[in-house]
Write a protein that binds this ligand. Structure first.
Ligand code: ADP
Ligand code: ZN
Ligand code: ZN
Length: 841
């Protein structure tokens, strides 16, 4: 008998270590590192994950209990993911089980009965891909497939009883996509059907018929040739066909009446992209700039070594084509690829580009999938039916076993940080996962995060520092749009109190006249939270921290969320004496009303959290805009990302400063990124683009450099500030939030906590001002009330730890938190640790 170490599914301090269990001989062939098992624990049976296997130890094992059951045939986690979980535990100060659970789809967290069946036919990979053989390769394989095929569905217990010695064969069949493992999930039972269209005659006959159409049946011709173009010849959704070609149902019916095509009801699968067809796309001939970048990455891929690249390319420089072609290389090596994109830009447009190149080998994962859909996509990956996944943050845990490449598009996006426990950053996880499997990483952006850019440029002496690759020109040769910055203070001086400046007003009017389209961005984040002078642009800031003070309406005062500084809200501007000083607020709805007033009859699509809560609404609105059903697309950040519309020639930013004044040291960086992104939406095709940015502080370097498309100058200026005030990338942060129902106890405890950290850091010789330029340095700010001072009836206080060096600041922080919790012995006290926080408000 062997022994297994198991992490059990109870996220508490006392259970946060592996427990030893015996592996019964009958279960041995089914158990691997990463297997999910049922184990006795006290008087209960718990679920757990096997994290290592060992020969039977010398010591007395009579007290050791055996593993009771194995829950899946293919272990849901690989050895590599188990190792990644160990790393996450240390890096993010979370429980190991929490890290492991976060890698799995929700559907797998319950304990449902699991079944094995033959995969649905259309689930299997295209045989022409040559990756896997879909024919049984031995008599055993044939017998097992026959057994399952006959019964339709068998449980794991039935299968392991019938073929006790064939665990490996069964696992291989699963990994080759010839068997499928699944469990019943509610939404699987709700079958839906749709009208679908397919050719009713042989390809040759249809091609012959194409020539015989009379001139007035041009539309029918189009439909028929479209159906002929689609490979493989499968039914396609009628609705989609009508939308794509702009034809009527009558046209399709006419073809059906001629007997050339058939219309029928087919089942709609949960894969939201299934039944949708994508015109296959071929690799483009790379530009010189792209080729240079491609060669560097491919060199690393061919070495099969870990390597990280930071691909800094202006908007439209053709980064996506680089992604596509490096993935292709990776697939040729029979390895797999993960593409991470921010949730918000995971639009059908984006997915389409990958589906068009790689077809059914692409799995898609985003948060709008139902549990069942998500589980299906996950199985597709685990069972080898997909070799590329395009997804948001958590797709970094896709269960591939031959990972060759991880791509992170828009690597600067804050949504890559998970705000719930485990509070991981997908960028760091990606780099570490790639290191474990000898994979390459491409971090792509037009505006890389300062952390990544700084690490790449300073050539830090570690393996994880990225190699910088740059692309300066647009792939299609067109120029970046002209950007005009309008000083809103001047507009006010000239008597224009509208939220539209005269230049923006004129530019919109011109677009309406020419039938071109406009994108308007209103950055709502941060509205109503800061106080600004409309005459001179003055914004109240903290004298200590150089970030904006936040307005608190109740007490009518201003506070700093980092250090706790407070001041009364001014009635007149301390800089220019104007009375036009107030907290700032506006919303998309108000902008829409104003547009209607200024341009009677204007057609506006509003896109914000209110209009996009429904599933699919985001896509629907974009499609309407693409179909030119509106003149203006008005929205929040959502409109800035990755959209590509040929007729958009004007981008307007209502108030550039709103994000600039958030109480966040990254405010300037985020503003620069947003302005650069949104400016990149204009003039991406033939028509030249124009950008109008309205600002109350046009002299701010983030606005000047964004208008000049000048990332390097921005970085230079921004790094100066970061260095002077000791912010990342010159140090790292840990945010510790304590909460409790009773305020006095909380304040006392938080102060104790800060003192404990100070004392321990001091003992180790780390503590002191970061100014001393010590290699190892640690400072603690606070405690102060959190930006959200009370949540669900609990008061919240926070400490900010700034540190630098090779020390283990995370474990110091965590140990202190655990000690404190033990000494207080009040179960009401909660402490949360956020390593490298992104949300500071
Ligand atoms: P990015 O992701 O850097 O913003 P895209 O990949 O979206 O840029 O490319 C911008 C446009 O240029 C797209 O329309 C794309 O099809 C086109 N493009 C990219 N590379 C090439 C190339 N090598 N030849 C021709 N067109 C290209
Ligand atoms: Zn002023
Ligand atoms: Zn401050």
């Amino acid at each position: 008998m062997e022994m297994a170490k198991v992490i059990v599914d109870v996220p508490s301090k006392d259970t946060d270590r592996p427990f030893d269990y015996l592996v019964p001989a009958s279960l041995r062939p089914w158990i691997e590192v990463g297997s999910r098992v049922g184990v006795p624990f006290g008087h209960r049976t718990l679920q757990g994950f096997v994290v290592s296997l060992h020969p039977r130890p010398e010591m007395d094992t009579s007290k050791m209990k055996p593993i009771q059951e194995v829950l899946d045939v293919l272990p849901p986690l690989s050895r590599e993911l188990v190792q990644l979980g160990e790393w996450m535990k240390e890096r993010y100060a979370c429980r190991q089980i929490t890290a492991l659970q976060s890698m799995l789809p929700t559907a797998l967290k319950g304990k449902a009965e699991r079944y094995i069946s033959l995969p649905e036919r259309s689930d299997t990979p295209d045989e022409t891909e040559g990756l896997f053989s879909l024919q049984p390769e031995s008599e055993e394989e044939e017998r097992i497939l026959g057994f399952v095929g006959q019964r339709g569905e068998v449980t794991i217990q039935q299968l392991s009883r019938a073929f006790p010695d064939q665990a490996d064969v069964i696992k291989t069949l699963l990994a080759r996509g010839m068997l499928s493992e699944h469990q019943q999930i509610k939404d699987k039972l709700q079958k839906k059907t749709m009208k679908a269209v397919e050719l009713a005659v042989e390809k040759a006959a249809a091609e012959a018929a194409l020539g015989d159409f009379p001139a007035k049946a041009q539309r029918q011709r189009e439909v028929l040739s479209y159906l002929l173009e689609i490979e493989p010849l499968l039914p396609i959704s009628q609705k989609e066909l009508l939308q794509t070609l702009g034809v009527t149902a009558g046209t399709v019916k006419a073809l059906a009446d001629k007997g050339l095509i058939a219309i029928k009801d087919v089942e709609v699968f949960r894969d939201p992209y299934r039944g949708r067809h994508f015109k296959p796309s071929e690799p483009l001939v790379l530009t010189e700039e792209q080729q240079r970048v491609y060669d560097k990455i491919v060199h690393k891929l061919d070495e099969r070594q870990h390597g990280v690249f930071l691909l800094h390319g202006v908007t439209g420089s053709g980064k996506t084509e680089i992604y596509l072609q490096t993935i292709q290389r990776c697939l040729q090596q029979e390895r797999q690829a993960i593409v991470l994109v921010p949730e918000i830009s995971l639009t059908p447009q984006m997915v389409e580009r990958f589906k068009a190149r790689f077809g059914d080998r692409v799995a898609v994962m985003h948060s709008r999938l139902s549990d069942g859909e998500r589980y299906d996509e996950w199985r597709k990956i685990r069972e080898g039916r997909a070799s590329v996944v395009v997804g948001a943050r958590s797709a970094v845990f896709a269960p591939f076993d031959r990972l060759g490449l991880i791509i992170m598009d828009e690597e600067h996006e804050t949504s890559y940080k998970q705000e719930e426990t485990p509070k991981y950053h997908a960028r760091d996880v990606a780099i570490h996962r790639a290191a474990l499997s000898g994979a390459a990483v491409i971090l792509g952006s037009a505006t890389p995060s300062l952390e990544s850019y700084h690490a790449a440029r300073s050539q830090a002496q570690d393996d994880f520092a990225p190699v910088l690759l740059e692309m300066h020109s647009r792939a299609l040769g067109n120029r970046l749009p002209e950007v005009r910055v309008v000083d809103m203070r001047e507009q006010l001086r000239e008597g224009n109190r509208s939220m539209f400046s005269i230049p923006l007003h004129e530019a919109i009017a011109a677009r309406l006249e020419r039938g071109e389209q406009t994108v308007l961005l209103l950055n709502r984040r941060g509205y109503s939270t800061f106080v600004m002078c409309r005459s001179c642009g003055y914004v109240a800031g903290c004298p200590e921290c150089d970030i904006s003070l936040t307005y608190h309406q109740k007490s009518n005062n201003l506070r700093c969320h980092y250090c706790g500084y407070a001041a009364p809200s001014p009635d007149v501007c301390p800089d220019c004496g104007s009375e036009h000083i107030r907290y700032f607020g506006t919303g998309t709805q108000r902008v829409e009303e104003e547009l209607a007033k200024l341009f009677p009859g204007i057609r506006v699509i509003r896109m914000d959290v209110d209009t996009t809560t429904e599933k699919g609404s985001h896509e629907k609105l974009l499609q309407q805009f693409r179909d030119k059903k509106a003149d203006v697309l008005l929205g929040t950040q959502m409109v800035a990302k990755g959209l590509d519309f040929p007729d958009v020639t004007l981008v307007g930013v209502i108030t550039a400063d709103s994000a600039l004044n958030l109480p966040d040291f990254r405010a300037a960086e985020k503003t620069f990124q947003l302005l650069t992104q949104v400016a990149g939406r204009a003039g991406r095709h033939q028509l030249p683009g124009e950008v109008v940015i309205q600002s109350y502080t046009p002299e701010h370097y983030s606005i000047i450099h964004a208008s000049g498309h000048d990332y390097l100058s921005f970085v230079k200026d921004e790094l100066k500030h970061r260095k002077a005030l000791h912010y990342p990338p010159y140090c790292r942060l840990i945010l510790v939030t304590l909460s409790h129902e009773q305020l006095p106890l909380l304040v006392r405890t938080a102060e104790n906590y800060a003192a404990m950290v100070k004392k321990e850091a001091d003992r180790r010789g780390w503590f002191g001002s970061l100014d001393r330029f010590a290699a190892d340095a640690l400072d603690i700010l606070g405690p102060v009330a959190s930006p959200i001072p009370r949540l669900k009836n609990r008061y919240r206080f926070q400490c900010m730890i700034k540190w630098r060096g090779t020390m283990d600041a995370v474990s110091l922080t965590r140990d202190a938190a655990e000690q404190l919790q033990e000494s207080v012995r009040d179960s009401g006290l909660a402490i949360s640790i956020d390593v490298d926080p992104q949300m500071l408000m």
